[in-house]
Design a protein around this ligand. Structure first.
Ligand code: TXA
Ligand code: MG
Length: 334
């Protein structure tokens, strides 16, 4: 149930968005920076606000599968997969589809970086969903953070990072999933998982009937910046698989992996809870200003742990010049 303040803010958001403005809004994965997908200038401001390279395409958000038919080719098998994911299982998944040759609505070429495919997602968060319904047009939304930095999972994280650049930041508490959506490319006969999320491989296989073992394995061309090595980074250095603390480090544990840790992603060793706490914990450590770096203990490489470790590996990767961005080949997703 949405409260009165949320309903009022959704009305305000609609006004801003329909005039080509930008609004930050919660989703169940991470908070997003929303703009009309049909408006080149609005999309351009998204790239500008984030400092994001324009060759990194955005996800187009909708509230109903049939909205995607306006600009994507969708056959019965693809429809069935999307329907299961979004309407039956409420999964946080983005599907990459082929764009229609003669679309009924024109998605900005800036949003898709000129690709012939487009990533589409229905967010499960009720505020995002109501805002999309109110607008009635597809909206692009990258995570609401400065490019390469930590994705925000609550209202205050957005305000601290981009508050001076965005007129309205909607609030629905902490994101219930905490990691960006799983991205699955279903645009050709071979379905490929481009970015792991809170969905496990067994859920993808048994509930969506997608039988791909090759998570990113054959993806040679860069289309997902999540595939770049350095991404999702805190502003202070971070090292992973730590079991002790060096001077000045904040030690982050999981379960009872490191008994004297300063922060724990989940005391009970629950990977879903760890996913929900990950970005806010790293942000809190930065903001305290008393630590020079972060040491994070090993997270089990299973279930949701696969996506957590994917983000941690990228967040702890060394910085590299923008023109030498490394594409890291993902490990098989099992
Ligand atoms: O959970 C999410 O997906 C969040 C919320 C706000 O919806 N959004 C998000 O957006 O994580 P962003 O921009 O941070 O990441 C979008 C990813 C990028 O890795 C981008 O390269 C990929 O989607 N992407 C977009 N269009 C694509 C396409 N046509 N083919 C392959 N990857 C694509
Ligand atoms: Mg992002």
């Amino acid at each position: 149930m949405l409260n009165q303040e949320q309903l009022t803010n959704i009305d305000k958001a609609k006004d801003i968005l329909m005039k080509g403005g930008i609004v930050a809004c919660p989703t169940e994965t991470v908070y997003g920076l929303f703009a009309s997908a049909l408006d080149d200038d609005a999309v351009r401001s998204i790239y500008k606000i984030k400092g994001r390279p324009s060759r990194n395409p955005l996800i187009v958000h909708i509230h109903d599968i049939n909205q995607a038919r306006d600009f994507c080719d969708i056959d019965d098998i693809q429809y069935d997969t999307m329907n299961k994911a979004w309407n039956i299982y409420n999964y946080s998944v983005s599907f990459v589809l082929r764009m229609k040759d003669n679309p009924d609505v024109n998605i900005s070429k800036l949003a898709t970086s000129g690709l012939e495919t487009v990533a589409v997602r229905i967010p499960m968060d009720p505020v995002a969903n109501a805002m999309l319904k109110a607008c009635g047009i597809p909206l692009v939304a990258p995570s609401a953070n400065t490019s390469n930095y930590l994705s925000p999972t609550n209202h205050d994280m957005v305000v601290m990072d981009l508050g001076d650049k965005v007129p309205l930041v909607l609030d629905n508490g902490s994101s219930t999933r905490g990691l960006e959506s799983t991205i699955i490319d279903i645009s050709s006969g071979v379905y490929r998982i481009l970015r792991p999320g809170v969905l496990t491989y067994s859920e993808i296989r048994s509930n969506l009937g997608i039988n791909t073992e090759e998570y990113c394995a054959t993806y040679e061309n860069i289309v997902a910046p999540g595939m770049m090595k350095k991404h999702y980074s805190p502003r202070i250095p971070m090292r992973i698989n730590a079991y002790d603390r060096k001077p000045g480090e904040a030690l982050v544990g999981f379960g009872n992996s490191v008994p004297d840790c300063d922060f724990n992603l989940s005391k009970s060793g629950d990977l879903h809870e760890a996913a929900r706490n990950l970005y806010a914990t790293l942000k809190k450590i930065e903001d305290l200003g008393i630590y020079i770096s972060i040491a994070i203990s090993a997270i089990p490489e299973e279930g949701v742990g696969i996506a957590i470790n994917d983000r941690l590996r990228r967040g702890s990767a060394p910085s590299e010049p923008a023109d030498q961005i490394t594409i890291e080949r993902c490990k098989p997703y099992v």
